[in-house]
Design a protein around this ligand. Structure first.
Ligand SMILES: [Zn+2]
Ligand SMILES: [Zn+2]
Length: 465
């Protein structure tokens, strides 16, 4: 049997698809498809390992999925799904084995891993084996719908206990705990979704827009029956994205809503910082947020890199002598020119252009000037990496920006192509799976699925009453 390789231009004329008989065509598609399933399992194992090690972080990308997008050209939505499935398989040994043996297609595995628990994986595998991929999708959708209704009911019972509290942890971070009635919680969540969406539209481009819209409406309404959910697309920390979004909601409120400029004075986040700490090699523990916890010197440097600054002179004993004029560190004209020149975050591989800060290549506290050639736009994530993360940026005399990892290695503007191509046949041979034996053939006998019964069974196994 002939199997396909990924080098059509080097193939003999005899393998031209046009020259194949219908039977040979079917056979090759079938075999190659099974081979790809086996190779996909290998791919997922490798992705899981890369993710576990966090090896993608060395390139400053936002997540493992972004690494796949940047390095391998995989659409970001598909990349997120791969990372999510790869992670889920770690806790679902039976599903993992079935995929490894080529008995379960990737489509089915993707659907199953959205709802499977160690207790219900066997049951879902049984349905997957005896049904088609669309049966599995349908079951997962129906289950998620019922699950969501149950969750809403539970949330409503929290009405009497609604509360918001915050406290500071030993590491200086603030923990905010909120308990809300479902409908009020939904309002807050919607605002966070909207902020997340705005950020992701910026980051991923318009192609993700529809997917996000689908997911928001799915999350918003328990009565809808979503087919997929962005918050299951186990992007690296979903919770971190929501936290960022909450900060944006607060920022937007303070910028635009209900706060007059006179009131705004009261609502500023004030950072107390010692000038000595701001200098590049300065030390000290004098940075803290007013009415809040201590912050690292590098965090203080990032906050004042692009912020409004009030000059404050203090006497030797710390008493303020003179409070000077407040000024943006970056005048509006320079900021406009910077936005025009950089368009968005300049970090290699980043597409964000909405929430960007102006970063001083040489910090103004170290004598760096607020001039176009000393400034570069960076999104919040990458601005953080340029301060707290140890990444650096330099500008060559010809104006080209160079970004470096903390270990000093230069970040490539575009990722390098792979060093070699793997033979898909070799991967299949190594797996020991006989793809010609149709391991993934569905045992579906053509009968209709009893959806109510299937959902009921899954609810019980997943711990719902
Ligand atoms: Zn900066
Ligand atoms: Zn960026």
């Amino acid at each position: 049997m002939e199997t396909c390789t990924f080098s059509p231009c080097s193939r003999g004329a005899g393998l031209d698809p046009e020259s194949l008989s219908a039977a040979a065509l079917e056979d090759e598609i079938h075999t190659l498809s099974a081979s790809i399933t086996v190779a996909t399992w290998r791919l997922l194992m490798l992705i899981a390992e890369l993710d576990r090690r966090g090896a993608w972080q060395q390139w400053g990308v936002i997540s493992c999925a972004h690494w796949l997008n940047w390095k391998c050209g995989i659409d970001l939505g598909a990349a997120r799904e791969k990372v999510r499935v790869a992670r889920a398989l770690e806790n679902l040994p039976l599903v993992n084995d079935a995929l490894a043996r080529g008995e379960l297609s990737y489509s089915k595995a993707r659907a199953i891993t959205r709802v499977a628990t160690p207790e219900s994986q066997d049951y879902l595998l049984m349905i997957a084996r005896h049904g088609t991929a669309s049966h599995v999708e349908k079951l997962v959708r129906a289950y998620r719908h019922v699950e969501r209704l149950q969750e809403s009911a539970r949330a409503r019972s929290a009405h009497a206990q609604r509360a918001l509290r915050w406290n500071f942890e030993d590491d200086g971070s603030m923990v905010i705990t909120v308990r809300l009635p479902a409908e009020q919680g939904a309002l807050v969540v919607q605002a966070i979704h909207a902020a997340v969406d705005a950020q992701w539209r910026e980051r991923d481009g318009a192609d993700r827009e529809q997917e996000l819209a689908d997911n928001v409406s799915a999350e918003a309404s328990a009565a809808s029956s979503p087919s997929s959910n962005s918050f299951d697309n186990a992007e690296s920390p979903v919770s971190a994205r929501r936290a960022d979004a909450l900060c944006h909601v607060a920022e937007q409120f303070l910028t635009h809503e209900a706060v007059t400029s006179r009131q705004a004075e009261r609502y500023q986040v004030v950072v107390h910082v010692d000038r000595a700490v701001l200098s590049e090699h300065g030390h000290g523990d004098c940075c803290h947020i007013e009415h809040g916890g201590a912050i690292a010197a590098e965090t203080a440097r990032r906050l004042v890199c692009d912020a409004s600054v009030v000059t404050l002179e203090e006497s030797g004993d710390g008493e303020p002598l003179n409070i000077g004029r407040r000024s943006r560190t970056i005048p509006p004209a320079i900021r406009r020119a910077l936005a025009h020149r950089d368009k968005g975050c300049r970090f290699p591989g980043c597409m964000n252009h909405l929430y960007v800060d102006a970063h001083h290549i040489r910090h103004w506290a170290d004598g760096g000037e607020t001039r176009l050639d000393n400034l570069v736009l960076a999104c919040r994530h990458h601005h953080g990496l340029l301060h707290e993360g140890g990444f650096t940026v330099a500008r060559r005399d010809d104006g080209k920006l160079l970004f470096f990892r903390p270990d000093g290695e230069l970040l490539p503007e575009v990722p390098k192509p792979p060093l070699r191509m793997l033979e898909i046949e070799a991967i299949v041979a190594e797996s020991g799976v006989d793809v010609s034996a149709e391991p993934s053939r569905s045992l579906w006998d053509g009968s209709r699925m009893d959806l109510d019964m299937a959902v009921g069974g899954l609810m019980t196994l997943n711990g719902w009453r």
